[in-house]
Design a binder for this molecule. Structure first.
Ligand code: ZN
Length: 606
């Protein structure tokens, strides 16, 4: 029941705003938990400890607890680890793109920003919108499942990639016309849709041919909670084409902001360019005046695009309302960031694919006339022996159930266990030590698969001799990595057999040889294997793709190809002795059944 208490820690996360810190609370198992490390995570409901299937999820979540635990005791790497840990809006929020850039994550979504001027039952000038048309726009938004968002939501999203609701859209109203207050605002309230009002302060309350709303109306709109008030300068001068000095532009920017803040008692963060015009100088001054983002526009329909495709936060592009029908089709929330939840089902992380909980079993299969020995399941580890030997002999020093010869070893010294390329192994007299290999030769391995194994996952990434130079560099690829080495090449990558080009200059890849390999199948089970007859690498890839494997890398092949199962070699010849193996241990504990869940749950509450 101790384990349940550990898993049942009150860990939850909430989005608390750009640049905010998060705090970890409720670490009942650790008296040293820093209380204000970062965050109030109490806002999200933690599922009851008696939630069914809780125990089923324990194994899958152990790695998260491990990572979280490490974080608590060593908060320094928080900022770099938090995204991997939470993989969520919290992580994204802590790492905004440098101002005024739009984050790469946000580039994948699309938020159309619609620009309206006056709304009137009978338009008087070309850029007025007929009330009936505006009503139809709102009805369409609802009918098509679009979600109007606020300016704050948009800007946070653009800066960090934070998630958006389905089909997001932003509605904006320029020039503070009385008709907007009179006709548009009541409809926005009816639908509960947020919007932006861009106000030129000299014209507030002016009743000319095109009357403007007054301070009382603006206050009412702000207080509704739906309307974000943005500055639209004092005098509504085009800041690019009007001959103005920097000081004069700054006065337009600062005075309008200060007036709105004083009259309405609010903070004004956003600016809207009169006529949309802006250039580098004006944008620099907008930033200098203290704005967080600015809305632009263009008279060239070709240049109209979503906020996400705009150049930066200081020139967010909009669509004129006449292009409404076109623009709403572009609304796209992108791929949502998964939210961290320690009780979620397995495969929480998009990158985690491995399953180390299935039993180890040997299968002899023939695919396209090629006899293969495949061993599925268990938990993969490497063994790096001090001297070379037969696979069956080396594995006897460990609890391994099956093993195959591993990475390439140097042929330079016959007795040496030196490997080609970096190596890290949990079964080694230099356990846990990153051995960099021959630095001069490592660049020759660039692009070959770097195999990374952790207690819960496996990853194959292209080796880069400039990057993969330390244990930390491997941890950046796979936190908790315990084993690593460079393999010969991908036979199957992402479910696809690899073509000859992918093997580059690998010596003898196209020759007929005995071949050893390992990887994972489509369900994430580890697989090690050997061919029982000779074959070239490309042909073997096709066979393994057909056998249902998802990612497979080739190991040391030819005379070294060797596989042993339960202490016995399965080879028909005596292979060359090797110092390095990929082995399969017994699987991690299998998940409990749902009945056991309920039982344990009741007991644990007593
Ligand atoms: Zn305007």
């Amino acid at each position: 029941m101790k384990t349940i208490a550990l898993i049942g820690l009150g860990l939850s996360a909430s989005l608390v705003g750009a640049g905010a810190a998060i705090a970890l609370k409720g670490w009942q198992f650790s008296s040293k938990a820093p209380q204000n490390l970062v965050a109030d995570l109490s806002q999200i409901t933690v599922p009851s400890i008696c939630e069914t299937n809780l125990l089923n999820k324990v194994t899958a979540n152990l790695s998260y607890v491990r990572t979280a635990n490490r974080l608590i005791h060593d908060p320094a790497p928080l900022l770099t680890n938090v995204n991997a840990l939470f993989n969520s809006d919290v992580g994204a929020t802590l790492m905004p793109a440098p101002f005024p850039n739009i984050s790469d994550r946000a580039r994948k979504a699309g938020v159309p920003v619609i620009m309206y001027h006056n709304i009137l039952p009978e338009p008087t000038i070309p850029w007025d919108t007929r009330l009936e048309d505006f009503e139809q726009h709102l009805a369409l938004i609802k009918e098509k499942g679009l979600t109007p968002i606020s300016m704050d939501q948009l800007v946070l999203h653009l800066r960090t990639g934070a998630s958006l609701p389905p089909k997001p859209i932003l509605l904006t109203f320029d020039d503070n016309y009385e008709g907007q207050y009179k006709y548009a605002f009541p409809l926005l309230k009816k639908y509960n849709y947020p919007a932006v009002w861009s106000v030129h302060t000299r014209y507030v309350g002016v009743k000319d041919d095109h009357p403007k709303a007054g301070w009382a109306e603006l206050k009412e709109m702000h207080e509704s909670g739906l309307i974000t008030i943005a500055s639209h300068t004092v005098n509504h001068l085009n800041l690019v084409t009007t001959p103005l000095s920097d000081a004069e532009i700054l006065r337009e920017l600062r005075e309008s902001k200060a007036t709105l803040e004083k009259e309405l008692g609010i903070e004004v963060k956003y600016f809207t360019y009169p006529e949309g015009d802006n250039d580098a100088r004006v944008r620099r001054l907008v930033q200098e005046a203290g704005y967080t983002a600015a809305l632009a526009m263009t008279l060239d329909a070709e240049l109209e695009t979503t906020a996400n495709k705009s150049a930066d936060l200081l020139s967010i592009m909009r669509f004129g309302q006449s292009r409404f029908a076109y623009a709403i089709e572009l609304a796209d929330a992108g791929t949502p960031l998964p939210t961290f939840n320690p009780f979620a089902e397995a495969k929480i992380s998009a990158t985690k694919r491995a399953d180390f909980t299935t039993p180890v079993e040997l299968k002899r299969v023939t695919v396209r006339n090629m006899p293969l020995v495949l061993v599925y399941g268990g938990k993969p580890v490497t063994i790096h022996a001090d001297t070379r030997g037969q696979v069956a002999d080396i594995m006897k020093t460990t609890p391994a159930i099956a093993a195959v010869d591993g990475g390439f070893h140097s042929l330079e010294f016959l007795d040496s266990n030196a490997m080609i390329g970096p190596v890290l192994s949990q079964n080694s007299s230099r356990k846990g030590e990153f051995i960099i290999g021959n630095k001069g030769e490592n660049p020759l391995l660039n692009g070959r698969p770097l195999v990374l194994i952790s207690p819960t996952d496996v990853k194959f990434v292209p080796f880069d001799a400039k990057i993969h130079v330390s244990l930390e560099s491997l941890q950046a690829e796979l936190p908790d990595v315990t084993d690593a080495f460079v393999a010969a090449g991908w036979l199957v990558r992402d479910g696809k057999a690899q073509p000859a080009e992918s093997f580059g200059k690998l010596y003898g890849f196209d020759a007929y040889r005995d071949r050893a390999f390992w990887g994972i199948d489509k369900s994430g089970r580890p697989v090690i294997g050997v061919t029982m007859e000779m074959i070239d690498s490309v042909g073997l890839g096709k066979i393994l793709e057909e056998a249902g494997l998802h990612d497979v890398v080739m190991l040391d092949s030819g005379a070294s190809a060797a596989l042993a199962y339960r202490g016995e070699s399965v080879m028909s010849y005596e292979p060359r002795p090797v110092p390095h193996l990929v082995a399969l241990y017994a699987p991690d504990p299998a998940p409990f059944t749902s009945n056991a869940n309920r039982l344990n749950c009741v007991v644990s509450q007593k």
